[in-house]
Design a protein. Structure first.
Length: 470
């Protein structure tokens, strides 16, 4: 635990970044402030007829661009401070990956796994109703998405509730992202945050001089990786990293952690967990009774992808990874962050590395506003053009392409191809933008400060162009 609240820690990181900018003090104050927070409580009739009183929040941190955007968390740890901290991180994250949204976050304080699907549906629909009543949701106002404890299913309920309350609106599907594809979602959204983490880590490992200064070889191939949390973010990050040549030596869930220096097969671990209800006891692996012990396993890359505040003053000095990729939001307390920084660990900050989700949410929102699937119009045309080109090459050179070669070249881009390529481009270019800022500011500056400087500069431009601040 930290002596500072989550919001205080985000604001302290903001201040560290702000110190490297020369913006007007009042402008910095405006960027940092959370513009509005809505708190609501409502009764839930449980399946057994008893009543629970539910507390929920939605924080809109910044409207320098609208709509505001950010997930909805279903967890007992939710409170106003957490929601405001996460909303602030969303503003900075959106700026870093150039998606034209302000930041927001919602939270419903419930022990999610104690409720039946019917109860969760009643909670989600009532929460949406309350947001509609206060104009805290809408395609141009505020657009939620999944976060810890919520999934595609809840997003479908939100879209359906919103549509039934606003039948005259044309763009109702764009009121929420992370929906199932059959309900207006976009292909690739579910895995986007994890896939984005993979693209970012691959890029981090590809910069020779950075790897050299960490004492690591270039490239992801063979790097030993530990992942904490096998939910949406952690599972997909682990999956793509494994496919990309990384070796998963440690995996942690809330019931405990497992370790095998030779590598763990992710799909086999997931099957084991489904069958036995635990990752513990996985054949060939060593059990760690405390899930948190995974954070200090010998490895090259550590990916905390469960919840905030897991790296603390108590365990940061024992972290053996040279690279910490913050899959979760705020996994390192301010104290832990300082310790890791002083020890020369390369911390890839949350507000960049887990931005793949919001990036693809942006694509989903665009799809919903345009009412057409990406690739629908051009796919067949592209295939025809490539096929004609291949035919021309064959007749002029005499070379004949085999069927698989032909299919690989003359392949028009599908929705998934386009989404993944947009995500890859975003993660790779954002990493180099942050790294450039870091290089300009000098060796004392870490990537988190560089990311804040970049975000602050981008948000500041929006305010300055309005002529409000000098
Ligand atoms: P999720 O609910 O799908 O998964 C979280 C997982 O962590 C669960 O499997 C849970 O059992 C596990 N867990 C809980 N406590 C644990 C512990 N002490 N040790 C190990 N595992 C534990 O949530 P998610 O969507 O994957 O979100 C995880 C984090 O990533 C959150 O901080 C969230 O804000 C952040 N994030 C999510 C997205 C997204 O698109 N879903 C995007 C950006 C950031």
């Amino acid at each position: 635990m930290s002596e500072f609240s989550f919001l205080e820690q985000v604001n302290a990181s903001f201040d560290r970044g702000a110190a490297y900018t020369d913006h007007d003090r009042r402008l910095l104050e405006q960027i940092k402030a959370c513009n509005s927070v809505y708190y609501v409580s409502f009764p839930l009739r449980r399946d057994d007829g008893t009543i629970d009183v539910i507390q929920a929040w939605r924080a809109q941190h910044s409207q320098h661009k609208t709509p505001t955007k950010g997930g909805i968390r279903f967890s007992m740890a939710v409170n106003a401070d957490e929601v405001m901290a996460l909303a602030a991180l969303m503003s900075y994250k959106n700026a870093i990956v150039d998606v034209p949204f302000g930041g927001a976050k919602g939270g419903i304080k419930i022990p999610r796994y104690d409720y039946s699907p019917e109860e969760l549906e009643r909670i989600t629909r009532r929460y949406t109703f309350e947001l509609v009543r206060k104009n805290f949701i809408g395609p141009g106002v505020d657009v939620p998405a999944p976060d810890y404890g919520s999934t595609q299913r809840e997003m479908a309920w939100i879209a359906d509730t919103f549509a039934s309350l606003r039948p005259e609106e044309l763009n109702t599907l764009a009121c929420v992202t992370g929906k199932p594809v059959s309900q207006g979602g976009v292909r690739g959204r579910k895995e986007a945050t994890g896939r984005g983490i993979f693209y970012a880590i691959r890029e981090v490992c590809d910069v020779s001089e950075d790897m050299q200064s960490l004492g690591l070889s270039r490239g992801l191939e063979g790097k030993r990786v530990v992942v904490q949390g096998l939910g949406n973010v952690g599972y997909h990050a682990a999956k793509f990293i494994e496919e990309g040549g990384g070796v998963l030596v440690g995996l942690a869930e809330h019931e405990g952690a497992i370790h095998n220096p030779k590598g763990l097969d992710l799909e086999k671990v997931m099957t084991w967990r489904r069958e036995t209800k635990s990752i513990l006891g996985f054949p060939g692996a060593t059990d760690l009774a405390q899930s948190g012990d995974a954070l200090t396993l010998p490895c090259d890359i550590l990916i905390p992808a469960a919840l905030e505040g897991v790296l603390t003053a108590g365990n940061a000095s024992a972290v053996q990874a040279k690279i910490v990729a913050e899959g979760a939001n705020g996994p390192a307390t301010a104290e832990a962050d300082g310790i890791l920084r002083n020890r020369g660990v390369r911390v890839i900050p949350d507000m960049f590395i887990n931005a793949g989700g919001v990036t693809v949410s942006y694509f989903e929102w665009l799809k919903n506003l345009s009412h057409v699937r990406f690739g629908r119009i051009e796919k067949r045309f592209e295939e025809g053009a490539y096929t004609r080109l291949l035919g021309a090459i064959e007749s002029s050179t005499g070379k004949h392409f085999g069927e698989s070669e032909r299919q690989a070249i003359a392949h028009g881009a599908s929705e998934e191809d386009l989404v993944n390529s947009g995500l890859e481009e975003t993660m790779v270019s954002a990493y180099h933008e942050i790294r450039e800022v870091q290089l300009q500011l000098g060796s004392a500056v870490d990537l988190r400060v560089a990311a804040f400087v970049l975000a602050i500069d981008k948000i500041a431009v929006s305010y300055m162009e309005l002529g409000i601040f000098p």
